[in-house]
Design a binder for this molecule. Structure first.
Ligand SMILES: [Zn+2]
Length: 224
């Protein structure tokens, strides 16, 4: 762990638990560019940690401070995600600059870091999320190449195995299931939340269509 401290943070509000973990990708050309931006006082953005593709972990903001990573976001009815979360940035150019798989060394380091975070804070598995989950209309990160299934297998977050949809809920109930699970679902347009759910829990097909398989997976997750 390398201390690469950022000036971009503030006190957490009193009486708010740290009960969320939010994963991001940097969406920038390389680690150096991302680190510079996350430490630039003019940019007013940060995260608690940055994990490089070679597994190097940079600590940017102490965990007891409110870092500025989620922006306008919501989860399970709570609007101030930054107040109650730890933010981890994964170096990756992202969908706009050349989205690519997260290397093994980076995944290993991210999982070890996440496991340590959830041992220090009361983060329930449902509250291990991606930026897209909490801001589906604005964000895609960390995206469908991030191996959430593996994380869950190592004790970080939830996963629902593929299920046969026979007898399960129809696709049209998916927006309601996602709302109950925690997603901010727009009444006017559920497609962004459905897409975010697919990036996280059904990465084989990210098409925004609320189909029966997604509904079955969401129902299974709600039972956890
Ligand atoms: Zn992000």
């Amino acid at each position: 762990m390398i201390d690469s401290l950022s000036p971009n943070h503030e006190p957490r509000p009193a009486d708010t638990p740290v009960d969320m973990l939010v994963f991001h990708y940097t969406g920038m050309a390389d680690a150096a560019t991302a680190l510079a931006r996350l430490r630039d006082p003019e940019a007013k953005v940060s995260a608690h940690y940055l994990v490089d593709e070679d597994g190097t972990v940079h600590r940017l903001v102490p965990e007891d401070r409110r870092a500025w990573h989620a922006g306008e976001a919501a989860w399970r009815g709570h609007g101030d995600v930054n107040a109650r979360s730890i933010g981890i940035e994964l170096v990756n150019p992202g969908h706009d600059l050349g989205y690519r798989p997260f290397p093994e060394a980076q995944m290993r380091a991210a999982i070890a870091l996440a496991r340590a975070v959830i041992q220090r804070h009361p983060v329930p598995p449902r509250n291990v999320v991606g930026h897209a989950d909490v801001a589906p209309e604005r964000k895609k990160d960390p995206g469908e190449l991030f191996d959430w299934r593996r994380l869950a297998g190592e004790g970080v977050g939830l996963w629902a195995e593929p299920v046969t949809a026979d007898g399960g809920p129809a696709g049209d109930v998916l927006p309601d299931l996602l709302h109950r699970f925690g997603y901010p679902v727009s009444d006017d347009d559920p497609i962004p939340a459905v897409t975010a759910f697919q990036r996280h829990f059904r990465p084989e097909r990210v098409d925004g269509m609320p189909d029966a398989e997604c509904a079955a997976r969401a129902a299974a997750l709600l039972d956890r």
